[in-house]
Design a protein around this ligand. Sequence first.
Ligand SMILES: [Zn+2]
Length: 449
Amino acid sequence: MSRLDLVIKSAAVFTGKKLEPASILIADGRIKGLAPLDFQLPGETACKDYGTLPVLPGLIDTHVHINEPGRSEWEGFATATKAAAAGGITTLIDMPLNSIPSTVTVAALEEKKAAAEGQLYVDCGFYGGLIPGHAKHIGPLVDAGVFGFKCFLIDSGVQEFPHVSQSDLLEGLPLIARNNVPLLAHCELISERSPLPAQTGDPRKFLSFLNSRPPALERAAIELMARLSGDFGAAVHVVHLSDATSLDIIEKARKSGARLTVETCPHYLTLNAESIPDGNTLYKCTPPIREKKNQEELWRGLSSGFIDMVVSDHSPCSIDRKLLSQGDFFRAWGGIGSLQYTLSATWTGARARGLPLETVVSWFSERPADFVKLTGRKGRIAPGYDADLLAWDPEESFTVTEQNTFHKHTLSLYTGQVLYGKTKATYLRGQLIYADDLHHKQAGRMIFR
Ligand SMILES: [Zn+2]
């Protein structure tokens, strides 16, 4: 046996489909192989035995807004990646908005990279953005290593990232298909059949806001994207699905060969419109959190394997933009800070529904890895993969406090909630980066496609 740097043992290593006893052999930051639990260590090899605690692949979150440069007061690379490490996330992909500039050119990507330099606690990749008139930047951004492109079909909330029209999509999708990268679409569309309702009613009532963003907007957008995906043979990804009735559109499109994938988020899975307090704009995001009945349909979509993955859509802002003193749902910034609690919040909901941990882990590991073509590098505990690992206690609960939150803005809708599933240790390429509430080595790198 050649030299090993570290061996991690557990009676419950996630080996792809199940949790089973194994020793994970690590050298040069990679998994060299798996061996039986009683594997005899060569010589002086360091060993960490986690007993019966599950050891999982480090999580991959393919939907995070870091906002630096330009809006670093909203969120930054150091705080976001610290929070990720504490939440067991070892790889994240940064969205092209709400930083300034948006990542819509190679020059803007260079600014992103300069801002991220020296700040990363976990690995971080980037998406490019597709905005009107920018299709010509798709090829150069792919060559520069972005993992896909994000677009909006409705106002994005920031003026430097305008939404695309159908003609922009007709121009961009052939290039998306040719470069074999996914187009991630914010799916809400105003059309003749799905007009935007007037903002009426008490702005402090969540119901007023909910009524202003009906499921018809999501359905119209998903219908359009499903059709265009089929027409161009382009991979299209529906981000943050909120409306479960849209799942039938996706199913039909997939059956006819469209390359359509879909994600949802912990806030849609664990919170519901009926229980959102009046005036608490921490709960505002778009599309909105919908009713309890819809939520159970999302769980059904996930547990049947139809929804591909769960992502945070961590999209914080400076706290003043939440207008908490007015509690105005129409005017407050729409976005939820949740990166650190993505797995615990989702697991808390899954556990209550009797779903096994093995199923939940796949939403955060192999599936997102396949989606951004990190297969072979990240998302599995298997030979040749980066030794990105998470020792995690699914039965330990904790209360979310501002003190134990590492996001730039520590107040979130999860503050005060009791969640199940505690990170005991996070490893990135075989190096301990977080354990027992403390960060260790800052070992994150920028990654490219
Ligand atoms: Zn987002």
